[in-house]
Ligand binder design. Structure first.
Ligand code: F6P
Length: 350
C-alpha cells in the first residue's frame, strides 16, 4: 500500500505529530509506504513529494508548524470539483502510484476530501484547525494550543491594563466560530467576550466596560476576528472587519476588529482603551501536550483506517475515543458556538 499525505489550509499546532503518528503506525506496523506532498496541493500538482519513514518523523511531536508545509493552493486548478478536475486528481494519484490520500485540514479541506471520496478517490481526513469549527469531532488539534497562547496573552494584558486603569481589547482568530475567544476568555476571566455568532451593539459593550470601571476594575475584552458589531458603527453595517486582499481560498482576509472597537469604546466610556491583535502568534510554536496526544492518536487512527479500507471517513474525537466518522457528517455544517455556551458567559459580562 502506498499512501500520500497532504496538508492544506492554515497550519495548526500538532500537524507534525499527526504525520508522525500516521507514519509510525502506517509504515512500521502496517508496512505501508508513505510520501508527503510539499506545501499542500502545490506539491501534488508539481509532483514534489518526499518519502516519510521513521527517520523522517524523528522528534516531530513537539515541533510547531509542519515540516512538509501547507498552503491554500486550490486542489482543482480547473474549477471546483468539476468531473474533469476530479478525474485529473485521480489520474495524478495513479501516476504517483498511490493507493490513497491522507488529507490533513480544516473544513475547506475536508469538504474537498468529501468531493474526492464521492468521485471514488480513496481519502481519509485528519481534522486540524485552531478554529475548532469542524463538525464530526469534539476538538480539532491546534485549538488547545491557540487557546493556551490566547489565555496567556490575556493574563499579560490584564496586569498592564490594570496598572494604567485601561480597557484592553484582545483580538484572537476565529473566522466564523468564536471558540478560541470563548475558551481563552473564560480561562483568563475576561469581562467581555465577543464572538462572530452573536453580534452585540457598541452601546451594550460600552455599558459592560463602564460597569467594570464602576466597581474599580479594568476591562479585558476578547474579540474574535470575525465578530460583527450589531448596528452601523463599523461603517459597513454588520460586516466583518477585513484587511486588504484575499487568501488562497478566495476568502477576505480578516483582522483589525479590535482596532476598530477600541476607539469606539473609548469614545463612549471615556476609559482609555488599547487594542492588541494576537494574529499568527496563536498558531506558532510548540503544540500543547493535549494537542500532541490528540494529533498522534488521529494519525494512528487514520493509518489503521487505511488498513481496514475505511475510505471516505475522518478520524474524529468523540469523548475519549478516536472514531472514524463519514466525511459527509463532518463537513455538513460548521461547528459554531451554540447559544447556550455563549449565554453561559454572557450573564457575567461587565
Ligand atoms: O482557519 C484558521 C485561521 O487561523 C483563521 O482563524 C484565520 O482567519 C486564518 O486562518 C488566517 O490565515 P492566514 O492569515 O494564515 O491566511
Amino acid at each position: 500500500m502506498r499512501i500520500g499525505v497532504l496538508c492544506s489550509g492554515g497550519d495548526s499546532p500538532g500537524m507534525n505529530a499527526a504525520i508522525r503518528g500516521a507514519v509510525l503506525r502506517g509504515v512500521d506496523v502496517h508496512g505501508f509506504e508513505i510520501v508527503g506532498f510539499m506545501d499542500g496541493w502545490r506539491g501534488f500538482h508539481d509532483g514534489e513529494y518526499i518519502p516519510l519513514d521513521r527517520l523522517a518523523v524523528r522528534g516531530l511531536s513537539p515541533r510547531g508548524g509542519v515540516v512538509i508545509g501547507t498552503s491554500r493552493v486550490p486542489p482543482f486548478p480547473g474549477g471546483l470539483g468539476t468531473p474533469e478536475a476530479l478525474r485529473a486528481v485521480a489520474d495524478r494519484l495513479a501516476d504517483y502510484g498511490l493507493d490513497g490520500l491522507l488529507l490533513i485540514g480544516g473544513n475547506g479541506t475536508q469538504t474537498v476530501a468529501r468531493m474526492l471520496s464521492d468521485a471514488g478517490i480513496r481519502v481519509i481526513g485528519l481534522p486540524k484547525t485552531i478554529d475548532n469549527d469542524l463538525g464530526g469531532t469534539d476538538y480539532t488539534f491546534g485549538f488547545d494550543t491557540a487557546v493556551s497562547i490566547a489565555a496567556e496573552a490575556i493574563d499579560r494584558l490584564r496586569t498592564t491594563g490594570e496598572s494604567h486603569r485601561r480597557c484592553m481589547v484582545l483580538e484572537v482568530m476565529g473566522r466564523d466560530a468564536g471558540w478560541i475567544a470563548l475558551h481563552a476568555g473564560m480561562a483568563g476571566g475576561a469581562q467581555v467576550t465577543l464572538v462572530p455568532e452573536f453580534p452585540e451593539t457598541i452601546e451594550q459593550i460600552a455599558a459592560w466596560v463602564l460597569s467594570v470601571r464602576d466597581r474599580g476594575r479594568s476591562s479585558l475584552v476578547v474579540v474574535a476576528e470575525g465578530f460583527r458589531l450589531a448596528g452601523a458603527e463599523l461603517g459597513a453595517p454588520e460586516h466583518q472587519v477585513t484587511r486588504e486582499g484575499r487568501d488562497g481560498f478566495g476568502r477576505p482576509r480578516l483582522g483589525g476588529v479590535a482596532e476598530v472597537l477600541a476607539p469606539l469604546i473609548e469614545e463612549r466610556t471615556g476609559v482609555e482603551t488599547r487594542a492588541t491583535v494576537l494574529g499568527h502568534v496563536q498558531r506558532g510554536g510548540s503544540p500543547t501536550a493535549f494537542d500532541r496526544v490528540l494529533a498522534t492518536r488521529t494519525g494512528i487512527a487514520a493509518a489503521d483506517a487505511v488498513e481496514r479500507a475505511e475510505w471516505g471517513s475522518m478520524a474524529g474525537l468523540r469523548g475519549d475515543t478516536i472514531e472514524m466518522v463519514p466525511l459527509a457528517a463532518a463537513v455538513g455544517a460548521l461547528k459554531t458556538v451554540p447559544e447556550a455556551r455563549y449565554a453561559e458567559v454572557r450573564r457575567n459580562f461587565g
